[in-house]
Design a protein around this ligand. Sequence first.
Ligand SMILES: Nc1nc2c(ncn2[C@@H]2O[C@H](COP(=O)(O)OP(=O)(O)O)[C@@H](O)[C@H]2O)c(=O)[nH]1
Ligand SMILES: [Mg+2]
Length: 394
Amino acid sequence: MVFWRKKKNITEQDKQDHDDRFIHRPGDPALEPSTEYDPEIDASLKHEIEDPVADIDELEETPVPEHTLVEDAQESEDLSDHTEEGGWLSRLTKGLAKSTNKISQGITDVLTKKKLDQDMLDSLEEVLIGADLGPKTAAALVADFAKDRFGKDISEEEVKEALSGSISAMLSPVAQPLEITPPANGGPYVILVCGVNGVGKTTTIGKLAQHLKQKEGRSVMMAAGDTFRAAAIEQLQIWAERTGSPLVTKEVGADAAAVAYEAYEKAKEQGSDVLLIDTAGRLQNKANLMAELEKIVRVLKKQDENLPHATLLVLDATTGQNAYSQLESFKSMVNVTGLVVTKLDGSAKGGVLVGLADQFGVPVHAIGIGEKMEDMQPFNADEYARSLTGLNAA
Ligand SMILES: Nc1nc2c(ncn2[C@@H]2O[C@H](COP(=O)(O)OP(=O)(O)O)[C@@H](O)[C@H]2O)c(=O)[nH]1
Ligand SMILES: [Mg+2]
């Protein structure tokens, strides 16, 4: 028997006790989240369970572990589309405005002469590099553009159309929506969400849950695998309540792999369609982060070797070139199956997505253009390319 099933009839008092312990109550100083990283506290709290698999077996003999399940998380907030007039496309275009302006203005500045010459091509390449597409991708796009046009008359519109077409062709192979397929072995479809601190993992989980529930009619459970700070758990709790998704948490400093394990068992028991697992991105160094992620994956695989079904890496577009090294780094730690690129609204670095697509070929499932629940959409190559090059007027 699995350990958390030991206590079958969880009473209201049990729930209250758990809540009192783990849920942040504003005004209770003891529960105020610490924003400082304290290695001593970390060392004392983290990785208490060295080998989670062995310990999980041991736990079968122990009383109910400390975890909170927000059952049937209250009525979810209004999940209707808050999209303002004009819908997603105009919001995408608005969100990408900074990136678009950079590229658009660059193209205007480049077209000083009528006929396309080498100077103009060099300047165009610089514009694209400046828009964070990366030197390799910029060179490829410019070469593609120059092919049949060198020495010929050229207009601004033509440059935009041509670039948009080439960019769209680069993006098309990676523009793959996240497809949830019911696992052959039963249980929930498990999605592990990773990325460095602050990129938007927790927010993305909230947006994903909303999308899966509202647009696809699926039931979702969440797991608070970022056990590093109380605030991280509370933040996910807010998203759980907002989207009406049950959430499995443990105390701050608990083993993230144990959270994932419990959540999987719980999701299976409750018949949830999808389990979204949040993770920490702030561990002191790459070795610790890698150890934690590997442990989560190892524990999940003990349950079913196909777990996790998807491993999403969240990348923050505002970090520009840094996103490339983050992808490389995470690819060496986990089997990244897809990307979500966030904060495209806040930066002029929207081109980073084109470079990532061109150089890594990892599927891009969705993009984030704001902090709200509805500010995420599946990634569409053509829409993105046209917005980026200024062809979709705001
Ligand atoms: N402008 C903007 N902000 C975002 C987006 N996604 C997340 N954020 C914000 O980025 C900050 C960090 O997000 P969070 O989900 O806590 O990141 P985590 O540390 O990776 O879990 C929060 O203030 C979010 O509201 C986005 O697409 N656009
Ligand atoms: Mg987080």
